[in-house]
Design a protein around this ligand. Structure first.
Ligand code: HEM
Length: 203
């Protein structure tokens, strides 16, 4: 529920940047001055959708390290976050398609990197449910591990655009270190070996 609210809320901000008119049939246009920072409205739309796409992707990839550290894992939270990642990435690309067109995607290395990341997200999105998990069994994990490639390509996209990337790279990097089998084993051993907190109460 919390994930759904957090994922849906920014859609209202994007919606406020679009004018829909039915006076002469359906006409959709962007509001002027949609950016409070003096940039263009379409630039702001790229900014919001791109930022949310990479934030969700970073968050979903941090769930396994979080589980290793704290032992908390909820499959439906993971699914909801995975779906939010894919939908924000698709929306970011759809905004680009409407504004620039498909051919523009292949004009810059950073767009191509983003495009491959979006392509990877399609099967991940379609199989992020229990039914596919049961059907694909061990192949499901292999398929889901493509998410690592998607984040690397997304980071490359953002690095080449010279936008904010370091914070995401640091979080994802720490996550990769925590997953290294020997580190993971030590951390799980440490977590399990910790004595439970004694509750001080009435004698
Ligand atoms: C076909 C795929 C994609 C295309 C064509 C595309 C295109 C763009 C464009 C045009 C911008 C604005 C550049 C500027 O302001 O100079 C942008 C920014 C950005 N994109 Fe993408 N993108 C794609 C995929 C992705 C993916 C998969 C992610 C992450 C999951 C992503 C994350 C971002 C981020 C974080 C920004 C910077 C936003 C900001 O701070 O202003 N993009 N992208």
């Amino acid at each position: 529920m919390v994930v759904a609210i957090l994922a849906i809320f920014p859609l209202f901000i994007l919606g406020s940047m679009v004018n829909v008119s039915f006076t002469n049939g359906l006409a959709i246009s962007l509001v002027e001055d949609g950016s409070s920072e003096g940039g263009s409205t379409i630039g702001m739309m790229y900014h919001i959708s791109g930022e949310f796409a990479i934030r969700w992707m970073t968050a979903v990839l941090s769930l396994t390290p979080f589980y290793i550290l704290f032992g908390v894992n909820k499959l439906f939270v993971r699914q909801a976050m995975g779906i939010s990642t894919a939908l924000w990435s698709f929306l970011h690309f759809i905004i680009f398609l409407i504004a620039e067109g498909m051919l523009e995607t292949f004009t810059q290395v950073n767009y191509i990197a983003g495009f491959i990341a979006v392509l990877i997200l399609i099967p991940l999105f379609l199989t992020s449910n229990r039914k596919s998990m049961k059907k694909l069994r061990s192949k499901w994990k292999k398929l889901q591990s493509l998410a690592y490639l998607a984040i690397i390509l997304s980071l490359l996209h953002v690095v080449l655009l010279e936008k904010t990337w370091a914070i995401y790279a640091v979080i994802v990097g720490i996550g990769f270190v925590i997953r290294i089998p020997i580190v993971k084993k030590k951390l799980i051993g440490f977590r399990k070996g910790r004595k439970p907190l004694r509750v001080v109460g009435r004698q």
